[in-house]
Design a protein around this ligand. Structure first.
Ligand SMILES: [Fe+2]
Length: 199
């Protein structure tokens, strides 16, 4: 069929390989975190670090290694070596990481992490209808097109414990409200690449 589906959005789904090791580290981080609402976001959900300055995965070897393994698979899947910017290796850093806690009725606004090449989330404590993660089409014009709207509907994901997602930082996403009495906790992170022309 002579149709090219141009400009795809690479969205990565997986589960951590070492679930018990990662769970142990994230449990410890949860216990040592003082969750609070971001002062400028309203009371939609709590964060382990409202300044985004602590980057705890630096000290969480199993979790960091796991994230790096999946980033490697993601880069392989998108054929990063074919990037016009590729210089023979992937020089990247997990520059920020934090926990998000959603109590009953709490959610996350649609937003992006556009300053970062790759963003990701790991689901630590989720069950039942605790709010789907959703992704908006990067081509919003298609959503109102009579012919093409079915190709640009929001992607909705019901997370399960141990699930790990990676996606381009520019992709708009959010979280529907937690409908349960149980707390939902996830670990988010951003990845930036060292760009040879800036070094
Ligand atoms: Fe986000």
């Amino acid at each position: 069929m002579p149709i090219d589906f141009l400009y795809p959005t690479p969205f990565y789904y997986s589960s951590v390989d070492d679930y018990s090791g990662v769970k142990e580290e994230v449990d410890l981080l949860v216990d040592n975190s003082d969750f609070d609402y971001h002062p400028e976001w309203g009371n939609n959900h709590k964060l382990s670090d409202t300044t985004f300055s602590q980057n705890p995965v630096i000290y969480m070897e199993k979790t960091r290694t796991e994230i790096q393994t999946h980033i490697g698979r993601y880069l392989q899947g998108i054929k990063f070596h074919q990037s016009l910017e590729y210089t023979g290796s992937a020089n990247y850093t997990i520059v920020s990481s934090w926990l998000s806690q959603f109590d009953k009725g709490e959610y996350a606004h649609v937003h992006s992490h556009a300053h970062h090449e790759i963003s990701g989330v790991y689901y630590h404590q989720v069950k039942g209808d605790q709010g789907q993660f959703f992704v908006e089409s990067p081509v919003p014009q298609m959503t109102s097109s009579f012919v093409f709207n079915h190709m640009s509907q929001s992607l909705k994901i019901s997370p399960t414990p141990g699930m790990l997602l990676l996606f381009p930082g520019y992709l708009y996403h959010g979280v529907y409200a937690n409908q349960t009495d149980d707390v939902r906790i996830s670990l988010s992170f951003n990845v930036s690449f060292q760009k040879p022309y800036f070094s």
